[in-house]
Ligand binder design. Structure first.
Ligand code: SAH
Ligand code: SF4
Ligand code: F3S
Length: 473
């Protein structure tokens, strides 16, 4: 027997993400923390010794999903036990933060509950849970979590692909009356500029070409710079654009109130900053916006969109909408439909209002019946889908830059992303991966585009400047 055969197999960790992109980022950090402890990351829970569910609490359905998943984990855990193997199950993320102790009481399968601010403590918590299941850590510690989290190895980063997330800001002080995030993620904290630059530089060295900066209110970023003063998101973006290899920058999610002049100017001046902006408005009714505590009116949003489009005429906008917020009348909903028609979105997420425990909205008078909410949701969704299709079709015949990532499903096919985030398929060599090349769009579906590679094409610039965003009625 060789020496390697006698070594115990390394432990394996499986992390499943629900909810937003920040959870995706956090899940990778959790895998990295455990990687530093000798755990390898696996793609299925069946192979794992440690299962972490990184949960979302934003709507009731998201939060409840965890419990059905835990039912499945109990079966896995019992099977492993029968084979003499100990499997630990941990609940992380926003349900962990919101429900804490309750989770252990409700689901005995859970060995560990860990809130988003304690991931750097995972090794210690796991050691404790192994000895005595039922460990709960939902504190908001004073130490800098990000500083304490290990960075992924270069090999690991490479295996994760050409695009990456970097959390630059976490938490929220806005307290929209429907939303749990200020309670699950805590107060707004910005990471220092130097830390963000170092992480981005490392990603770029490992081959990452596109970086998306994350924050619950990312445009409220105010991290301390190396010069000792606070930097805005715009200033950070200009600096990140200088890193060799960083070809594309994005940021999400923005709050309309934090779209400062310098950020709008960055969209005008910075080619690296992609012309696609997710700018949630939630409702088109000023009365509803007021009750939501969004602190802006519908006209503020129109004015803002005008300013952004003046700076960057080809920008594509996306948004989030909640229908059926308490007290929403037919006229309020008509205002939302009207806002969507007037703005014209390239895509948008639509949600039916969900009463969340502990939020002011849950206690408001005028809660709407489910069938009414559903009817409004469908009406809004139909309009958004039509706009999305119209936007995709407006790209047909145009030439757009595509960052190619991987082989497609069909032989000889490569897939990448347009500046507007839609997947683009072409027939082309696998050497395209990691490059950004012009593609003429030949066909559009609701969620993807087909195209042909363009050689040294003289008409490319001209066609780019002709771009307008068409909104469907
Ligand atoms: N920080 C972001 C979004 C956070 S949550 C922002 O400020 O916009 C993502 C989306 O979930 C929200 O934009 C909102 O549209 C939706 N959402 C949040 N709470 C909700 C609730 N109680 N019911 C339905 N949708 C909700
Ligand atoms: Fe939630 Fe509002 Fe904060 Fe966004 S800004 S995370 S919707 S409270
Ligand atoms: Fe969900 Fe928490 Fe993100 S509630 S949307 S996982 S911040």
């Amino acid at each position: 027997m060789s020496e390697t055969d006698t070594k115990p197999a390394p432990k394996a960790v499986y992390v499943k993400s629900y909810g937003c992109q920040m959870n995706v980022y956090d899940s990778q950090r959790m895998a990295d923390v455990m990687g530093a402890e000798g755990y390898r990351e696996v793609a299925t829970p069946e192979e794992a010794d440690l299962i972490l569910l990184n949960t979302c609490h934003i709507r009731e359905r998201a939060a409840e999903k965890v419990y059905s998943e835990l039912g499945r984990m109990r079966v896995l855990k019992d099977e492993a036990k029968a084979q003499g193997r100990q499997v630990l199950v941990g609940v992380a993320g926003c349900v962990a933060q919101a429900e804490g102790e309750e989770i252990v009481k409700r689901a005995k399968v859970v060995d560990l509950v860990v809130g988003p601010q304690s991931y750097h403590r995972l090794p210690d918590l796991i050691a404790r849970a192994k000895a005595r299941p039922g460990v709960v850590d939902t504190e908001f510690p004073v130490e800098d979590k990000f500083k304490a989290l290990p960075a992924a190895s270069e090999a690991k980063t490479r295996s994760r692909g050409l695009t990456a997330f970097v959390t630059v800001q976490e938490g929220c002080d806005k307290f929209c009356t429907f939303c749990v995030v200020p309670y699950t993620r805590g107060a707004e904290v910005s990471r220092p500029v130097a830390q963000v630059i170092a992480e981005a530089a490392k990603l770029a060295e490992a081959g990452v070409r596109e970086i998306t900066l994350l924050g619950q209110n990312v445009n409220a970023y105010h991290g301390t710079g190396p010069d000792g003063v606070e930097w805005t998101l715009a200033k950070l973006l200009y600096r990140l654009a200088e890193i060799p290899g960083v070809a594309r920058l994005r940021y999400t999610t923005s709050h309309p109130r934090e779209m400062t002049d310098d950020l709008i100017e960055a969209h005008r001046d910075l080619d690296t900053l992609m012309p696609y902006l997710h700018l949630p408005v939630q409702s088109g009714s000023t009365a509803v916006l007021k009750r939501m505590n969004r602190k802006h009116t519908r006209d503020d949003y129109f004015r803002l969109v005008d300013r952004i489009r003046q700076a960057r005429p080809d920008i594509a906008l996306s948004s989030d909408f909640i229908v059926g917020f308490p007290g929403e009348t037919d006229a309020d909903f008509a205002d939302t439909m009207d806002l969507v028609r007037r703005v014209g979105f390239a895509s948008a997420y639509t949600f039916s209002y969900s009463q969340r425990p502990g939020t002011p909205g849950a206690e408001m008078d005028g809660q709407l019946a489910e069938p009414l909410k559903t009817a409004r949701l469908h009406e809004l969704q139909a309009l958004i889908t039509a706009q999305q299709r119209a936007f995709q079709e407006s790209l047909v015949g145009r030439v757009v830059d595509v960052l190619f990532e991987k082989a497609g499903r069909k032989p000889g096919q490569m897939v990448g992303r347009s500046p507007y985030l839609s997947p683009v398929q072409v027939i082309g060599p696998s050497s395209l991966a990691g490059t950004i090349v012009p593609v003429r769009i030949t066909g559009a579906k609701t969620n993807s585009l087909d195209g042909d590679l363009v050689g040294a094409d003289g008409d490319r610039r001209a066609s780019d400047h002709m771009m307008t965003v068409h909104a469907a009625e």
